[in-house]
Design a protein around this ligand. Structure first.
Ligand SMILES: [Zn+2]
Ligand SMILES: [Zn+2]
Length: 443
């Protein structure tokens, strides 16, 4: 590359070839792109060049990173191959990528839509931004992302819900012009009707780049109506608020994170060819009985010691559709259930979408032992000993025997406490708490 002049365009201009920038051919594989990027990034890293070349290296480094971002993703690479850098420009500005160019988030937002998510009730904050003003070309409007909380019961059975959505629709009175029928819009004096103004933005030490932004006065449209000429219905805003009942259908078996698209139901904007979509992302609420992984379910099955040893025939849990599930284990010759043992019940997991198949249900056995003092007499003790298997006598008995006392403690916390030994009691806790402990220790 040239040395000497450091124009912002040195890194990446309109006609920059991203493949050339990374020194690869158009048919390069993903691995080749990655390798070329590492090589180019290393040689252009601003930390690795003399001071006087730093600004230039900085720009080149950013351009290389951007080229990699675009070419390493199949979708953005396809966009680039088809349209060149024009595919990634906003508002038709000639800034290319050097400083004022969009970042990958913008590119992704253009491709897949973006917007506010999270927080609030299921439908709170739904009025996402419907595209910035002043875009030079007609496009599809921005999508509105929204999280939607669903219970496991709803995901098991499927759910259809109706809700009222308030959205901007193009004013039918002025057909989105914002003006009265015969009125003419005035040219904006601030931007001379261009809709855009330029400003300088620093991009590095002693270096500025010219940036094109939508004009504030006319919201990037280049013209506006005088108050007396404004449309009576929308007051020049060009859109009006409208309430609409929408239906959201959640197929049974849907999973956490899945998206349900209501096509074209986002805010309308007169500058868009078509409105964006409302997209709901499913958030599965935790369930008090069941854990879910994919199409499988897991639950704890609590049984008494007597049931563990002698069997039972009863409803062990109420399923997500309200059905009781019954287990019949009869003795003699039936199964003895032990703590933490797992029973798999085939076909009682979550339904699979568009299918009659279901996942499996895993029941983890938990045994409730009798209270202390449940035996009230030596008679009873004898009875229980008689029915339970006899303990085997140890093969060799030690010569010296001490009878010891004990107390019951809650856990292993006191084991080796304060000794600094990594095998001490707190290390027995699960990983999550261990990490927390480590964080506390650092503070
Ligand atoms: Zn109007
Ligand atoms: Zn203007």
């Amino acid at each position: 590359m040239n040395s000497g002049t450091s124009s912002p365009g040195a890194g990446m201009g309109d006609d920059t070839d991203l493949y050339e920038l990374l020194n690869i051919t158009k048919g390069a594989s993903k691995a080749e792109i990655k390798k070329a990027y590492h090589k180019a990034a290393l040689s252009s890293h601003p930390d690795k060049v003399p001071d006087e070349q730093r600004a230039e290296a900085d720009i080149r480094f950013k351009a290389i990173s951007k080229a990699y971002e675009i070419l390493s993703d199949d979708d953005t690479r396809a966009m680039y191959d088809q349209h060149g850098m024009a595919a990634f420009e906003k508002g038709g500005g000639a800034n290319g990528f050097s400083g004022a160019g969009p970042d990958l988030d913008d590119i992704l937002a253009q491709m897949f839509g973006g917007g506010a998510g999270g927080g609030g009730g299921p439908f709170a904050g739904m009025a996402g931004g419907a595209g910035g003003p002043g875009r030079g070309r007609k496009t599809k409007g921005k999508n509105e992302m929204q999280q939607y909380e669903v219970t496991l019961e709803e995901l098991y059975k499927g759910k259809t819900t109706k809700f009222a959505s308030t959205k901007n629709v193009v004013c039918s009175h002025c057909h989105g012009s914002g003006g009265k029928e015969k009125a003419k819009a005035k040219e904006c004096e601030t931007c001379k009707g261009r809709g855009m103004s330029t400003r300088l933005r620093p991009v590095g030490p002693g270096l500025v780049t010219q940036e094109t932004v939508p004009c504030n006065t006319c919201s990037g449209r280049g013209k506006f109506y005088a108050d007396k000429d404004k449309c009576k219905r929308c007051k020049g805003v060009r859109t009006i608020k409208q309430k609409k009942i929408l239906e959201l259908y959640i197929p049974r078996g849907s999973r956490q994170g899945e998206k349900i698209v209501l096509a074209g139901e986002a805010d309308q904007d007169p500058d868009d060819e078509e409105p964006g979509d409302i997209i709901f992302e499913l958030v599965e609420e935790p369930h008090k009985l069941f854990n879910r992984a994919g199409a499988d379910l897991q639950a704890e099955l609590e049984i008494s010691l007597s049931e563990a040893l002698t069997g039972f025939n009863r409803v062990v849990l109420t399923h997500l559709d309200g059905r009781g599930l019954s287990l019949n284990i009869s003795q003699p010759s039936g199964k003895v259930l032990r703590p933490d043992e797992v029973l798999k019940i085939a076909g009682e997991g979550m339904p699979l979408k568009r299918s009659d198949a279901r996942g499996d249900l895993y029941l983890t056995i938990s045994i409730v032992f009798p209270e202390d003092g449940w035996l009230t007499s030596q008679e009873e003790v004898k009875k229980v000993r008689e029915v339970l298997p006899k303990p085997e006598a140890p093969e060799t008995a030690p010569e010296l025997v001490d009878e010891v006392l004990f107390e019951s403690v809650d856990d292993m916390e006191a084991f080796g406490a304060g000794s600094g030994d990594p095998r001490a009691g707190t290390e027995w806790e699960d990983d999550e708490e261990g990490v927390e402990g480590a964080q506390c220790a650092q503070q």
